[in-house]
Design a protein around this ligand. Structure first.
Ligand code: BES
Ligand code: ZN
Length: 867
């Protein structure tokens, strides 16, 4: 088959319900690394009177035998699966297949990670395990028997309850697991290995006692305790905030080293990338702790938003992912500084999703077509999808939103549904017309809202006028105006510049048309509007604030998010438009000296906009100019307040290693002080970093010091890196931080260093975490060096993409993202990036995972074979 013919597009409009249902599924695994036998028993029911042709999905499977009701049916096998002809209305099928988990480097289907058998079936990889109707709307009951060597694989796990276990001849043993809930096959999981576990209990709101286990490799089991606390906290949170109770008597989590993503929500058997389970102060940073908490919560929340109510087809992915991201973010806001959490999530959205929405892969929250579904686990589906749910809550109000989610879970429990069904329930319960709101699901692109304000002193009226533009994207030129909830309040200076009055308390303005005015009356004097507070809508909002107004908002806005945002706008003006930094710098000085109760918030206010954020604020990206101007402002902030940074730094020194919002805030603030000081490149500050590095009793302080040093061309940097390596060489998760720090260095020889590190024995191309840290760290986080004008960074990324594509297409597709926005870079970079993309697409046997984004980026529409 040619390269192109396999790159078919799947369309939402072509959805058809399955003509067959699977009433029951019994499967037996006889595990062995090179040769695993899978014996599957299906009870099939044909719904459609006309179709006697059953097609079962199957990939890379060796068919051993097939029997339909005692007889060999008429069948044929091709690259995509098995055709069975002349099937009756109700029948049993017994299919035996053989697979080779040891040879599986794609880390999908059944594979082996450090001698642990594990699975990853979402989205369409159950078909690499056995022939099946591999689609989420085909749900059935599973009974799974696992047979394996007892010594090598003492722990045997699958979904649901353990119903039987015992010994077998030849040193083997078996376990039978039965899941009482119907599920789609993407939620199937199996684990077998020599694992240690920790156990705890959770008593649910209706007094059921649930056993909780976390499994990991033996040497890591001491580091699983924090994840267990997060699991219990998440279980309670979902009961209290959504009325959702856990539904089985057992919940298992397994941590493995080789995993493409963060984690997977398989029913009652979540499988995690070890990075998101293991945490102790010596080896994990505060960010790692926060990530563990988030991912554990996210996967747990899927038990309702995803598993009990699942997706009809993969175009509905945001139904479970967007909603679960929103739930996970609400949980995080409840457990941390809420405003800082929001600020950081919006940064992610602006840096990542806005870029996606402006690039060749732009797609709506509910896409209309895809080539590789793997490529649609995007920031749009996840983060914009989460924002869409957040907007629904803002529009409906917390109480009605909760009634609506209750109704959603009740109405669709056990079903596979659509994003439309979700909005239908919101409509039904709120009795609001949400038809215009649905455009958030079908129109791609980040809406731009241009706002202006006018004060009429005679009538004491303030008029806010807003215009919205939904930009064209590759999939759609002309768009309709969206329904945009813009939380607004009006502020005024009182007594000079020392305090703020909330002239108009927060209210949600609904922008519905292309152009619309909102009138506020009884306004005694001119005001400054604070718009899109808390980032109530995922839009680009323009208001031509004067420098004075931005400074005012930066100092006094009563919404922490907008306060911080005003600082980012000011800094952007200095960096991009060359505005002088005198007043901004003065404001930074004040923030440094003011007492703050929330030190994380103080840190955010001191932070400059990231290079990525700045890239997103301009049409044509001038990498050097942005990078240099930003660095200049950073240095200028450091120089002008040298004494204040030092004083603040010294006031924060402590030996406290606890992970709590307060301590985390202290460490964050201390780190930003150190970064500024070290940037001054003076011996005493380099020594200060070395001192912190040596004295650190937690990974956060150690990494902060190392990363500050990593940009300096000093012997101290070299020594610290060597010491770190010496100490952590045998801790893969820790070494990823070491890779990442070096990959992100501003030093000119960074690419050479990255290439050298790739040759180290503790770097493994087959391990996704290693790839994301070192190659991803360089290609997507080191703007300065990746985009070096020589084009060597682009060349390097293309090499990596091609090498990785053979090992693991999904990992490769993540790396290729760094080249996709080529058209937005000024020459010569643009041409060099295009050249790298052309080189990739000319490679023979390119995976569809990489082919799809690259072909879209090069605008080679004609290469898609429409079928
Ligand atoms: N269902 C996904 C895992 C997944 C991702 C399966 C991509 C197939 C393809 C899981 O619930 C998930 O979303 N995990 C995230 C972490 C989460 C905190 C956003 C991940 O793995 O990055
Ligand atoms: Zn998820």
């Amino acid at each position: 088959m040619t390269n192109l013919a396999t790159k078919r597009e799947t369309f939402l409009k072509d959805y058809q319900p399955s003509a067959f249902v699977i009433e029951k599924f019994d499967v037996e695994f006889d595990l062995s690394p090179e040769k695993t036998l899978v014996t599957s028993h299906l009870l099939v029911h044909r719904l459609d009177k006309t179709s006697q042709h059953l097609f079962l999905d199957g990939k890379q499977l060796k068919l051993i035998s097939i029997v339909l009701e005692e007889k060999v049916p008429k069948f044929s096998q091709d690259d995509d699966g098995l055709h069975i002809f002349n099937v009756p209305e109700v029948f049993s099928l017994k299919i035996v297949t053989e697979i080779n988990p040891a040879a599986n480097t794609e880390l999908t289907g059944l594979y082996i990670s450090n001698n642990i058998f594990c699975t990853q079936c979402e989205a369409e990889y159950f078909r690499k395990i056995t022939f099946f109707l591999d689609r989420p709307d085909v749900m059935t009951f599973y009974q799974v028997k696992i047979i394996a060597d007892k010594q090598a694989y003492p722990v045997l796990l699958s979904n649901g309850d353990l119903v039987e276990e015992g010994d077998l001849p030849d040193g083997k043993h078996f376990a039978v697991w039965s899941d009482p809930f119907k599920k789609p096959c993407y939620l199937f999981a199996l684990v077998a290995g020599d694992l240690a576990k920790i156990t705890d209990y959770f008593v649910t709101m209706s007094d059921r006692r649930v056993t909780l286990n976390i499994f990991s490799e033996k040497q890591n089991i001491e580091r699983c305790g924090f994840a267990m606390l997060s699991l219990k906290k998440s279980m309670r949170w979902d009961e209290e905030n959504y009325g959702r109770e856990y539904d089985l008597n057992i919940f298992n989590i397994v941590a493995v080293n080789d995993f493409i993503f963060g984690a997977m929500e398989n029913k009652s058997l979540n499988i995690f990338n070890a990075k998101y389970i293991l945490a102790n102060p010596e080896t994990a940073t505060d960010q790692d702790y926060a990530d563990v908490d988030t991912v554990v919560a996210h996967e747990y929340f899927h038990n309702w938003s995803g598993n009990r109510v699942t997706c009809r087809d993969w175009f509905q992915l945001s139904l479970k992912e967007g909603f679960t991201v929103f739930r996970e973010q609400s949980y995080d806001e409840d457990n941390n500084s809420a405003v800082v959490h929001r600020i950081r999530k919006v940064q992610d959205l602006r840096n990542g999703q806005f870029a996606e929405d402006a690039g060749p892969m732009a797609h709506p929250v509910q896409p209309k077509s895809y080539v590789a579904i793997d490529n649609f686990y995007t920031r749009t589906i996840y983060n914009k999808g989460g924002e869409v749910v957040r907007m629904l809550k803002t529009i409906l109000g917390a109480d009605v939103f909760r009634q609506a989610t209750d109704r959603y879970f009740e109405k669709f429990d056990g079903q596979a549904v659509t994003t439309n069904d979700f909005v239908d329930v919101m409509e039904e319960v709120s009795k609001r017309d949400l038809s215009q709101f649905r455009l958030w699901y079908s129109q791609a692109g980040t809406p731009v809202v241009n706002a202006t304000g006018a004060y009429d002193s005679l009538n004491k009226i303030y008029t806010l006028t807003m215009e919205q533009i939904v930009p064209p994207t590759a999939d759609m030129q002309n768009k309709q105006p969206m329904l945009i909830p813009i939380v607004t309040s009006l502020l005024r200076k009182i007594r000079g510049d020392t305090a703020v009055a909330l002239v108009e308390p927060e209210k949600t303005v609904l922008l519905e048309s292309n152009l619309q005015s909102f009138i506020f009356d009884n306004i005694e004097a001119d005001v400054i509007p604070s718009l899109n507070r808390h980032f109530s809508a995922p839009i680009k909002l323009n208001f031509s604030y004067t420098e004075d107004e931005l400074l005012f908002l930066f100092k006094y806005d009563t919404d922490g998010f907008n306060r911080c945002d005003a600082g980012q706008r000011l800094a952007s003006k200095i960096i991009l438009e060359g505005m002088t930094d005198e007043h901004y710098s003065h404001a930074i000085g004040e923030i440094l000296r003011q007492p703050f109760s929330d030190l994380s918030m103080q840190t955010e206010l001191l932070q400059l906009p990231s290079e990525k954020y700045l890239h997103e604020s301009v049409e044509m990206i001038n990498v050097d100019k942005i990078s240099t101007a930003r660095w200049q402002l950073f240095l200028s902030n450091a120089m002008q307040h040298e004494a204040a940074w030092l004083k603040l730094y010294e006031s924060l020194v402590s030996n406290e290693n606890a992970y709590s919002p307060e301590e985390m805030g202290r460490r964050r603030l201390q780190a930003i002080c150190l970064h500024h000081l070290v940037a001054l490149n003076k011996k005493p500050y380099i020594d200060l970093a070395v001192k912190q590095f040596k004295a650190a009793s937690n990974m956060t302080d150690s990494i902060a010091a190392l990363s500050a040093l990593s940009h300096t061309d000093t012997l101290e940097r070299v020594e610290a890196l060597a010491q770190f390596q010496d100490r952590w060489q045998h801790e893969p998760l820790v070494m990823n931080k070491w890779f990442m720090i070096q990959a992100q260095s501003r030093l000119p020889d960074t690419l050479e260093n990255v290439q050298r590190l790739m040759q180290q024995p503790f770097f493994h191309l087959k391990n996704p975490n290693n790839v994301y840290a070192l190659i991803g760290g360089f290609c997507s986080s080191n703007m300065l060096n990746f985009h070096h004008v020589s084009g060597e960074g682009y060349h390097f990324s293309a090499e990596c993409v091609l090498t990785l594509d053979v090992i693991n297409p999904m990992v490769s597709a993540r790396i290729v993202e760094c080249l996709l926005a080529w058209q937005r870079f000024a020459a010569p970079r643009k041409d060099l990036m295009q050249k790298a993309l052309t080189r990739i697409i000319s490679a023979p046997n390119l995976s569809k995972n990489v082919y799809e984004p690259v072909s879209k980026a090069l605008d080679m529409e004609e290469h898609h074979v429409r079928s």
